[in-house]
Ligand binder design. Structure first.
Ligand SMILES: Nc1ncnc2c1ncn2[C@@H]1O[C@H](COP(=O)(O)OP(=O)(O)OP(=O)(O)O)[C@@H](O)[C@H]1O
Ligand SMILES: [Mg+2]
Length: 334
C-alpha cells in the first residue's frame, strides 16, 4: 500500500496537489479574520488526458470550489495546480489568458448562466470575440452554426433568445459556448442537476459523444453517484473538503471501500437484482466546514468509527490497483 503520490506513469492533463481553499470569515469592527470556511482542505488528484473524472459528494462538500480553483476563477489558499505539465498556481493574469482558452466551464443552471438579452448566436460567439479567434464576422458565424449543429440544435435558431428554448436546449447552448474556443479541459459543474430527469440522460449522452468526438478531458461534478456512473472513467467522492475515495467507476460501484461511499450508494436503487444493498441512513447533518471534526472528518456519521478515528487524519492510500480510500479501517469493506 502506498500513499497517493502524483502518478508519473500516466499523462495527467490536470494535476492538483495538496489543494486548499479556505474562505475567511471576518468580524468585529476591525474586520479581522475570526474563522475560516475550510471548503477544500488538502485534496490531491489528477485527471488523465481524455478521461472523464466524476466528482461527487453532498451539498457543501467543496466540489464547485475544487472546479473553480482549478480554473483559477478563485485563488487557492495552498497547494498547486498543474495544467499540461505547467504549474499555473501563481501564473499572472496576462499569462493565464492562454490557459483560460484551454479550460472552460459548463454551469449548473442554464437559466441563470445565459444572458437573456443576447441572441444565441451572440452568446456562443462571445468567447471567440474575447479570445480573438475566428477574426471575421463571417468566420464567426460559420463557427457558431457548426457549434449549434455539434450540440444538436437547429443552426437556424441563431437569432433567437434564451427564453425561447427549453432547459435541455439551453444547456446545449451553454455547452456550445464552452466548446467555441476549442478547449481541451472542461469543468462541468452539475450540468444536468437543474434539468428534468427525462432530459438529464440526453445531455449526459451528448457530453459523452462530444468527449469522444473532440477528445475532451472532463471534470464532471454531480451530487448524485447515479448521474456520473456511466460517463465517468473514474470517480472521486468528496466529503467536507476531502476526498474519501477515488477509483475506476465500475470498481467504486461494485465494491465501495469507504463507509461514506457505501452509504451514498445505498441510497441509489440498483436496476440489477443480483446486487443487494442494505439501505444505510447517515445520522445527523454534515458538520460545519468552519470547525470540522478532528481526525477523520466523516467519523461523526460513520458506523464503523473507532476511537482512533478522532485522532488520526486518514491518508488517501491505494488499497487495490487504482483504488484509493482515506480510512484507517483496513479491516472493513474489502
Ligand atoms: N465565496 C465563499 N465564501 C465563503 N464560503 C464559501 C464561498 N464559496 C463556497 N463557500 C463554502 O464552502 C463550502 C463548499 O462549497 P462548494 O460550493 O464548493 O460546495 P459544493 O460541493 O459545490 O456544494 P453544492 O453541491 O451545493 O454545489 C460550503 O460550506 C460553502 O458554503
Ligand atoms: Mg457546487
Amino acid at each position: 500500500m502506498s500513499v497517493a503520490a502524483p502518478d508519473t506513469t500516466t499523462t495527467h492533463l490536470v494535476e492538483v496537489t495538496h489543494l486548499k481553499k479556505w474562505f475567511p470569515i471576518r468580524g468585529g469592527i476591525l474586520s479581522r479574520v475570526v474563522a475560516n470556511v475550510k471548503a477544500v482542505n488538502d485534496v490531491s488528484f489528477g485527471v488523465k488526458k481524455g478521461e472523464v473524472l466524476g466528482l461527487v459528494g453532498e451539498s457543501g462538500s467543496g466540489k464547485t470550489t475544487v472546479g473553480r480553483t482549478i480554473l483559477r476563477l478563485i485563488e487557492p489558499t495552498e497547494g498547486s495546480i498543474r495544467f499540461d505539465g505547467q504549474d499555473i498556481t501563481h501564473l499572472p493574469k496576462n499569462q493565464l489568458r492562454a490557459y483560460r482558452r484551454r479550460m472552460q466551464i459548463i454551469f449548473q443552471d442554464p437559466f441563470a448562466s445565459l444572458n437573456p438579452r443576447m441572441t444565441v448566436g451572440d452568446i456562443i460567439a462571445e468567447p471567440l470575440v474575447i479570445h480573438n479567434l475566428e477574426g471575421s464576422a463571417k468566420a464567426r458565424n460559420e463557427r457558431v452554426a457548426e457549434l449549434l449543429d455539434l450540440v444538436g440544435l437547429n443552426a437556424e435558431h441563431v437569432r433567437r433568445y434564451p427564453h425561447e428554448f427549453s432547459g435541455g436546449q439551453r444547456q446545449r447552448i451553454g455547452i456550445a459556448r464552452a466548446l467555441a474556443v476549442r478547449p481541451e479541459f472542461i469543468v462541468a459543474d452539475e450540468p444536468v442537476s437543474a434539468l428534468d430527469v427525462s432530459i438529464q440522460a440526453q445531455v449526459v449522452n451528448l457530453l459523452q459523444d462530444l468527449k469522444e468526438q473532440l477528445g475532451l478531458t472532463i471534470l464532471f461534478i454531480a451530487h448524485d453517484l447515479a448521474v456520473v456512473e456511466y460517463i465517468s472513467d473514474r470517480v472521486a467522492v468528496m466529503y467536507l473538503g476531502k476526498i474519501m475515495e477515488l477509483a475506476p467507476s465500475r470498481d467504486l460501484y461494485l465494491n465501495p471501500r469507504h463507509p461514506y461511499t457505501e452509504a451514498l450508494l445505498s441510497a441509489i436503487p440498483t436496476p440489477d437484482p443480483t446486487v443487494k444493498r442494505e439501505r444505510i441512513v447517515l445520522q445527523g447533518d454534515i458538520p460545519s466546514p468552519i470547525n470540522p471534526p478532528s481526525g477523520c472528518v466523516f467519523r461523526t456519521r460513520c458506523r464503523y468509527a473507532i476511537a482512533e478515528c478522532a485522532t488520526t487524519v486518514p491518508e488517501l492510500k491505494e488499497v487495490a490497483p487504482g483504488h484509493f480510500k482515506a480510512c484507517i479501517r483496513d479491516d472493513i469493506l474489502n
